[in-house]
Design a protein around this ligand. Sequence first.
Ligand code: XMP
Length: 497
Amino acid sequence: MDTVLVINFGGQYAHLVARRIRELGVYTEVVNPEDASTAVRREEVKAVVLSGGPSSVYLHDVTYDVFSNKPTLGICYGHQLIAKKFGGVVKRGKGEFGKTKIQLTQVDDLFQGWDREEVVWMSHQDYVAEPPPGFVTLAVSENGYIAAMRSGNIYGVQFHPEVSHTPKGKLLLQNFVKIAKISPSWTPEDRIGKIVKNLENITGNVVIGVSGGIDSTVTAVLLHRAIKDRAKAVFINHGLFREGEPERVLSLFKSLGIDVIYIDASEKFLSQLENVVDCEEKRRIVGEVFAEVFSQVVKELNAEYLAQGTLYPDVIESGGVRGSDKIKSHHNVGGLPPWFQLKLIEPLREFYKDEVRAIARALGLPDEVVTRHPFPGPGLSVRIIGKFTREKLEIVRKATKIVEEELERAGVYQKVWQAFAVVGDDVWVGVKGDRRSLGYIVVVRIVESEDAMTADWVRVPHEVLERISTRITSEIPQVTMVTYAISSKPPATIEPC
Ligand code: XMP
């Protein structure tokens, strides 16, 4: 299949580029520069993108073998790398950050559909001071810096076409794909075929921890397609699920025709979490107990592999990608203890949520699974700020149910990314009946997002918030105050801890 290869020079840029090109229906792979030399020469690779990155090309020798005779587009750092490689000059400049105007100075297929003057997103301090011999400048910024250049089928752009703040960025990537003569053919069905084919190579038994969420369900269905009954789905109830969730998960798998081994280990999890304050410690405990329970099953099932529905954002945010810092150790990635020895299979590791949704639809999974909100691996434990207690767990569980029910009723649930309740240790004086009483504060968080990398709070109608608040304070006697979380991500994260 025609492939665009994105060479990752660090940070989160490369995967965003890959994602945009995949959205155009073109198969795209991301590789590290050390692996580029053979990858760029693979026959199916029809074009190469050199991503942005945090480094400076003049600080080190550029030894990576990333150039071939194939159409190549360098972005930001990639643009400067092209300049250095072919004999241009890169210097430290005054920096261009954020929305910046550029002027096109030449007509070129790369800019088909662009006006002479356009707004683009820049984020750089270094700049190409002199293009290499034979390169033509295609666009300049207001500072007179080279914003785009070309020689033959090698293009460099200083700005970031992959971010939504470059309004015609996606069009530029589409033009590049056209220049490379690649026609879109990467459909969800192709993705399924490719994943299943890879999974068919697995020889031993595989256990899959399922949770009813879309990621683990899709992983289980794909594995089941590939290796049938050698894929063993295990559902561990950690006692941190939303109301009615364990029953729902079991009936879902029954309807999919996949046998599930159900283990109710909730007491084990809850007793270990009791009174734990630190959030990362809660994650660690859930990971540890999970691994303990799991390894027991694994022994019984004689399994060699553990499959998980890890997605790309989980990998980035746990610091699993070069150039990105650890923000939280997500259960799927960082939460498993070092002694846990099973080999991991993560067929969705390269995908974003919306791509997994497309795959789920193509697999014919019920709507209820496809549109269900993401739910963290460590469950409601990460929605309890401060000391973990069973009382707070019950409060969060009941309050979350109310939030979900009211959003369903208002027709808002399907339109938002996640919606839930959080409880901490803060209290608020209340009057219930004629009595003053201290009660918990419940925080309601409702966000919209494309892929959880960034998020914004949803402007929910006041009447809906009012109903949520009234129901929570009247149906949960320990709560006296409901607040609404109105910070975006960044600077906040989606979950409270
Ligand atoms: P944050 O809070 O980091 O969340 O903005 C981003 C997305 O990841 C989910 N999340 C988790 N998922 N284990 C998971 O499997 C975790 O420990 C975890 N923490 C956060 C969160 O619900 C959101 O969708």
